[in-house]
Design a protein around this ligand. Structure first.
Ligand code: NAP
Ligand code: NAG
Ligand code: NAG
Ligand code: NAG
Length: 340
């Protein structure tokens, strides 16, 4: 069980935390991590470190060490990213020297779409545990609602370039979800969630799940706010977690005039405003950088917040197209991006 040190907000007595509340978790080294409470009563660091495309094992390890030094305690990886082994090595090393405690760390991994049959979900989770050198995972996400043909091919395609689905039946993610629930019962996983699900798919899952998804990780940044999805998720106590919060380092976002103007008032960069804005609307975030200075500055957002006027300004920024998709997925029965 994770234990929380609740910092009393007003009356001096710690109270029971509820969904969406920000709490301060005191780490064993004395540092404090800002966490957000999930519907299952557990909490996760509200700002996490993303690890996709960090390069080879050496560059992955270097970036992760910088991130741990900067204070990140949530590590976001996936079977798809192919970096669980070097991440596991770093975590093992830090924990064996006593510099990092397992209870303070929050590791998320994801089950990719070529592992959607029940047996293969379990295999994927056990493989992740072995590579990460952990005996439990804090959070496992079903990476996409769309299941692909089972096999070693990560992106199986027909000759015309369309993705080969596992089945042509709609809403086939209910089957892998049963296996995710089983992994919780077996104690391999603490919490389970989803990624890239739209509202309809989330609703379908919620009405069929025995163990509810704690969060939905989706692309979101000031140019793709996902307001409808966020509102729906939070009403159902499913946390939204933003990926690509800087739109993958998009130059126009990093140079955005509105974000820049708000940043100047707080002595923060546009990137820091984009990250803090998510937290101030109760959205958790995973951000990536390979650069030590940027890793640190992205984490340096806990000494200020946006007021209502500033929130409204960001909420008025003109929206752009979604960045992330999978080529050839449009013909899949569980393609998620036809609707928000
Ligand atoms: N569930 C999913 O389907 C899914 C999909 C995509 C991503 N994700 C997760 O979300 C994480 C974050 O998303 P992402 O990596 O795509 O995009 P991101 O975090 O929005 O942006 C990362 C890019 O922005 C640059 N950058 C970072 N901080 C910066 C700063 N302060 N100023 C200027 N540039 C900066 C980085 O370059 P430098 O390295 O040079 O700093 C990197 O190229 C991923 O790593 C992954 O863990 C999940
Ligand atoms: C890893 O990538 C870095 C940066 O691209 C490069 O300098 C280094 O030689 C690579 N190391 C290995 C072992 O391939
Ligand atoms: C590609 O082929 C598959 C299988 O025949 C078909 O279902 C799919 O619709 C085709 N894709 C396109 C874009 O026509
Ligand atoms: C919000 O903050 C800005 C400066 O940071 C200030 O100009 C504005 O008056 C504040 N608005 C409210 C409603 O407090």
């Amino acid at each position: 069980m994770i234990t929380f040190v609740l910092i009393p907000i007003s009356d001096g007595s710690p109270k029971r935390a509820h969904f969406g509340e920000l709490i301060d978790h005191r780490n064993s080294d004395g540092s404090v991590t800002r966490r957000v409470v999930m519907a299952d009563g557990r909490s996760l660091p509200v700002l996490g470190f993303g690890t996709w495309q960090l390069g080879n094992d050496t560059t992955v390890k270097r970036a992760l060490l910088h991130a741990l030094d900067a204070g990140y305690r949530l590590i976001d990886t996936a079977h798809l990213y192919g970096n669980e082994a070097p991440i596991g090595e770093v975590l093992r090393q830090r924990m064996s020297t006593g510099r990092l405690s397992r209870a303070d760390l929050f590791v998320t991994t994801k089950v990719w779409s070529n592992h959607h049959s029940k047996a293969r979900v379990m295999k994927s989770i056990r493989d992740s545990l072995r590579k990460l050198q952990l005996d439990y995972l804090d959070l496992v996400l079903l990476h996409y609602p769309a299941g692909f043909r089972d096999g070693t091919d990560l992106f199986p395609i027909y000759r015309n370039g369309s993705i080969i689905p596992r089945t042509w039946q709609k809403d086939s993610y209910l089957e892998p979800w049963r296996a995710m629930e089983e992994a919780v019962r077996l104690g391999l996983v603490r919490s389970i969630g989803v990624s890239n699900f739209n509202r309809r798919q989330t609703r379908k899952l919620l009405s069929n799940a025995k163990v509810r998804p704690v969060l939905n990780q989706v692309e979101s940044h000031p140019y793709l706010r996902q307001s409808k999805l966020r509102q729906y998720l939070h009403k159902r106590q499913v946390l939204m977690q933003a990926y690509a919060p800087l739109r993958r380092g998009d130059r126009s976002l990093l140079g955005d005039r509105t974000l820049g103007a708000i940043g100047r008032r707080h002595r923060k960069t546009a990137a820091q405003i984009a990250l803090r804005w998510q937290i101030d609307r109760s959205v958790a975030v995973v951000v990536k950088s390979s650069n030590r200075a940027r890793i640190r500055s992205n984490y340096n957002i806990f000494d200020f917040h946006l007021n209502q006027t500033e929130m409204r300004l960001v909420n008025g920024i003109r929206q752009k197209a979604r960045l992330y998709g999978i080529p050839g997925l449009e013909t899949h029965p569980d393609y998620p991006f036809n609707e928000e």
